[in-house]
Design a protein around this ligand. Structure first.
Ligand SMILES: [Zn+2]
Length: 146
């Protein structure tokens, strides 16, 4: 039995863009906007692999928002000669809104990136199987299946 189960990055990326579990591809990562399932409701895989795990998603979110804002700035400056004050009036609230809008995908992409470099290991699957004995309550927390 393999020590780890490598999932092709293309598959991880597709599952991330659809906000699905990176391991099984079926379970939803979120049960509401910004409300994440700690455990996959389908396969029981634990999404947060360690404490502080989602800090990396903030870097993904930051990078995407900066890239989009810079691209918008360059287009406004070079193509339309928009004054900087108007650009700031548009880009600052736009960037704040984009941070919130993109947050679920930032977490999903972070999870995909992490699993690409550190694939789920056999013990993670066993842990997932053990956790599959649990169910997710309405608050998204794992509880014993009755
Ligand atoms: Zn799953």
């Amino acid at each position: 039995m393999a020590a780890s189960t490598r999932i092709p990055f293309r598959q991880l990326l597709g599952r991330a863009l659809r906000l699905r579990c990176p391991v099984c591809g079926d379970g939803r990562l979120f049960r509401g906007y910004l409300k994440m399932n700690d455990v996959c409701p389908d396969c029981g895989y634990v999404h947060a692999r360690e404490g502080g795990y989602w800090l990396g998603a903030m870097y993904v979110n930051y990078g995407v928002v900066v890239a989009v804002s810079m691209a918008a700035h360059l287009v406004m400056t070079d193509s339309f000669q928009v004054p900087v004050t108007i650009q700031m009036a548009v880009l600052v609230p736009g960037a704040a809104a984009l941070v919130l809008l993109f947050a679920p995908w930032a977490r999903a992409l972070w999870l995909a990136l992490d699993l690409m470099f550190d694939p789920p290991k056999q013990e993670d699957h066993q842990r997932a199987v053990d956790r599959a004995k649990l169910v997710v309550n309405e608050d998204g927390e794992p509880v014993e299946r009755t």
